[in-house]
Design a protein around this ligand. Structure first.
Ligand code: ATP
Ligand code: MG
Length: 461
């Protein structure tokens, strides 16, 4: 409990605004089956039953009981503690809301790179806001830039506008990197009279959202800032998964399958597939596991040698000798230590990575040329094709629930929060908790070991 209070207490606007009104009855969960005699007494009557989330409802973050620190492995937070208990706030509609729907002007902004499901989230936020009775809903075009660029006008949103947007990938509102400073954004919120801001983006966007929330607090503005984590890499802390990840893995599998067919149809064929994952190799690991067609999976979290008797190239020679072909999957951020460092940065200040996929392709050609063995190397980079995809069914559901809960969270008066799925339940988390560093694949985890078992690759060290 103490841990919960200190870590997961989520900011609420009640410190500057106290008047609550009842939530519209549209969000009332009516009981469909009559309450039986057995429950008479403590059980709520039909009239009392409403199904709203109580503000003290909690979701348990981890449900595994470790009998020893060694069986817990790297997952054990406290080595003396066999039962790691962490509780977080449950998401959903609250009985009392802190904004009168007729006084709300809500804005949605999407920042960073593309990710499958952005349109699904936008759509669901708009639909849910309308059910609350909100009339003024706008989209800010091209990320945070839309707050400062006078050429860009806000886009009015309604159910009619968003009805079919989820049928295509991308973002209806457009995305961008870089843009104005925090005080300029908050000035713009004030000017436009926006009091609910929904921010869809990754770590950088969330850092911005939290700064906007803090600045609004400082100016005592009654604004709820709610984030929905958008990271195709699945690198947000504490969450089971983020939207777009599932679709990305599915699409990545298709690229791997093509690489496999190319490699197996060629004499001494080698297929290389580069996938997303700047610091976290989740897509590469999951796509390798899902396809079952990868012989070597390289991710940023696990260091490896390229040359030498235990290096990747030596294993590749063995694969060509024994199997006649091989398929390699590399995450974007893998093997950066083999590339020349550049100081190039993108508009948001992120370091621009070198292309290890291209590098390993050259090294393979060079190495096999030296030993006089012919190889036919094919390099596939499906990154942009994956990012622009439409969300699959599983992500579609995730986006829908996240979008609805973002709106419930804002109406409940929370600000500086983000929504996510933890341990299969939907929760609200304080933004700083989830962006302090990227979630990484643990090289000691069962999942990475399962991946190694599936590919059959050695340690490369
Ligand atoms: P992606 O996963 O696609 O990289 P991202 O949200 O991390 O998504 P960025 O390009 O890093 O994408 O950042 C998006 C926006 O957030 C940019 O407009 C950038 O200016 C802003 N931003 C990034 N980092 C910060 C920060 N620390 N504080 C305030 N704003 C930030
Ligand atoms: Mg980022």
């Amino acid at each position: 409990q103490e841990d919960f209070e200190t870590r997961f207490n989520i900011p609420h606007i009640t410190d500057i605004f106290h008047d609550a009104v009842p939530i519209p009855s549209t969000f009332c969960l009516k009981m469909r089956t009559p309450v039986t005699e057995d429950f008479a007494g403590g059980y709520p009557s039909d009239e009392e039953w409403h199904g709203y989330i109580n503000k003290n409802d909690r979701v348990l973050l981890k449900v595994i009981h470790y009998s020893s620190p060694t069986s817990a492995g790297a997952e054990c937070i406290d080595p003396d503690c066999s039962w790691v208990e962490q509780w977080v706030h449950r998401a959903g509609p609250r009985e009392k809301i802190y904004f009168r729907p007729e006084e709300v002007k809500a804005a949605i902004v999407t920042c960073g790179g593309l990710c499958p499901g952005l349109n699904d989230v936008i759509r669901q936020i708009v639909i849910t806001l309308e059910i609350y009775g909100v009339k003024k809903i706008v989209g800010i075009p091209f990320g945070y830039r839309g707050f400062s660029d006078k050429e860009l006008t806000e886009m009015p949103l309604s159910r009619k506008v968003v009805q079919n947007v989820h049928l295509s990938g991308g973002s209806l509102l457009g995305v961008s990197r870089g843009g104005p400073g925090i005080s300029e954004i908050v000035d713009s919120l004030e000017e436009r009279g926006i009091n609910m801001l929904f921010v869809l983006g990754g770590n950088g966007t969330h850092a911005g959202a939290n700064a906007i929330h803090n600045e609004c607090r400082k100016r005592r503005m009654r604004v709820a800032v709610v984030g929905v984590p958008k990271t195709i890499d699945n690198d947000i802390l504490l969450m089971d998964k983020t939207f777009g990840f599932d679709t990305a893995v599915e699409e990545a599998q298709r690229a791997i399958n093509s690489a496999y067919i190319e490699a197996h149809s060629a004499y001494h064929g080698v297929g290389i597939v580069k996938l997303m994952g700047r610091s976290s190799g989740y897509i590469a690991m999951h796509a390798s596991l899902a396809s079952g067609q990868i012989d070597i999976c390289l991710i940023p979290e696990v260091s490896f040698n390229l040359h030498g008797p235990h290096g990747v190239l030596s294993h590749l020679k063995y694969l060509i000798e024994t199997k006649g072909s091989a398929v390699i999957c590399v995450a974007e951020g893998a093997g950066q230590n083999f590339l020349q460092k550049t100081n190039a940065k993108d508009a948001s200040g992120n370091i621009v990575f070198g292309d290890f996929g291209v590098h390993i392709q050259q090294e393979i050609r060079k190495c096999f040329k030296e030993i006089g063995v012919p190889v036919d190397v094919k390099y596939i980079d499906p990154t942009y094709m994956i990012r622009a995809c439409r969300a699959n069914a599983s992500d579609g559901i995730l986006c829908t629930v996240l979008g609805q809960n973002a709106v419930h969270g804002a109406f409940a008066g929370y600000s500086g929060i983000t929504v996510g799925i933890c341990n299969t339940h939907y929760v609200y988390l304080p933004i700083p908790e989830v962006i302090s560093y990227p979630r990484l694949v643990d090289p000691n985890s069962r999942m990475w070991h399962r991946c190694l078992t599936s590919t059959g690759q050695p340690d490369f060290i």
